[in-house]
Design a protein. Structure first.
Length: 317
């Protein structure tokens, strides 16, 4: 069984895996890399050079060592790193660098140059790997670092080999919570419980898909409507990713129909395919009803008790 890479304290936020941001930042040692992901199209047996910029935003020099790894992204967005060749779509062994270890002075930016070489028998489709920049401890005493966390940051390689390309994906589920007790927005200082949504999208093709979309809800009964923008996200082949969050400024009362449109295509400038999913949810803050009914019930009981006592008093007389 292949050894799993030590990534227990990997300083790599979910959003930095596949967000459209231009930089990923590991705050513990204040180093940034750009781009956080790069896409290459290569013919089998050819090579391509590429660059990654490394910026030290801290006040102390940083010694970094380079490592090439496989990676996988869990549905919620967490990256898992493995040794090169662990996954069948790996391209980690295709990557090389002339300077595997270097120092970035405080407040400076350096460029690290790499080469990607596709083997002659590379299969058509997507191949993926990660370039990890790991912090090298100042001391050379290995025992002093035993048990310490690995501090590293990554740039992700997405390589496509032309040929029989299958670019396909589907929305596997859409769900929005219904809320039946607490209000969905601030009201009478009651606890607020906005409805949560989750959209699951699966890549059923053999190349990575960069997707974006929107979730809209309209009333079948009640008041209020809205749209949630689903930002850019990359989905690897044969994997599933989630869009999840809370409905912003949700409606207070009603029943609502939900429609999700997710688009993808050959590039972000050509999103020519749309997948659609539907769902529904309801909101009804019954806690408000209880607030009014409980005092009325108490008054009703008191009124009944007073009435019985009066009848009893009249009967005794």
């Amino acid at each position: 069984m292949r050894k799993t890479a030590a990534v227990s304290a990997f300083i790599f936020l979910v959003i930095s895996c596949f967000a459209p941001a231009l930089h990923a930042v590991a705050q513990e040692f204040n180093v940034a890399v750009s781009p956080v992901k790069f896409e290459l199209t290569m013919e089998p047996g050819t090579s391509r050079e590429f660059e990654i910029y490394v910026e030290n935003r801290g006040t102390a020099d940083q010694r970094l060592a380079l490592h090439f790894m496989d990676f996988y992204v869990k549905p919620e967005g967490t990256c898992v790193f493995e040794e090169p060749g662990h996954y069948p779509y790996s391209c980690a062994k295709w990557l090389s660098v002339d300077v595997p270890e270097f120092t970035v002075p405080a407040g400076q930016r350096v460029v690290s140059r790499f080469t990607a070489t596709a083997p002659p028998d590379a299969e058509p489709g997507g191949h993926f790997g990660a370039v990890l920049f790991r912090q090298v401890p100042e001391t050379t005493d290995a025992t002093s670092h035993r048990g310490t966390d690995v501090i590293q940051i990554a740039s992700l390689a997405l390589i496509t080999i032309p040929g029989e390309i299958l670019r396909e994906g589907e929305i596997t589920s859409v769900s929005v919570e219904s809320k039946w007790f607490w209000p969905t927005k601030e009201l009478l200082r009651l606890p607020v419980s906005p409805p949560k949504y989750r959209v699951a999208f699966k890549n059923t093709g053999n190349v990575h898909l960069t997707i974006r979309g929107k979730l809209t809800y309209t009333p079948s009964f009640g008041w209020g409507h809205g749209t949630v923008e689903l930002k850019e996200m990359t989905v690897l082949p044969d994997s599933e990713r989630y869009y999840q969050g809370v409905i912003p400024d949700p409606p207070l009362l009603g029943s609502y129909s939900v429609k999700v449109d997710i688009r993808y295509g050959p590039s972000l400038l050509e999103l020519d395919t749309t997948r659609t999913g539907t769902a529904g949810f309801s909101t009804c803050p019954t806690s408000l009803l209880l607030i009014f009914l409980v005092p009325l019930a108490v008054l009703f009981v008191l009124f009944k008790l007073v009435g019985r006592r009066r009848k009893k008093s009249k009967g005794e007389k």
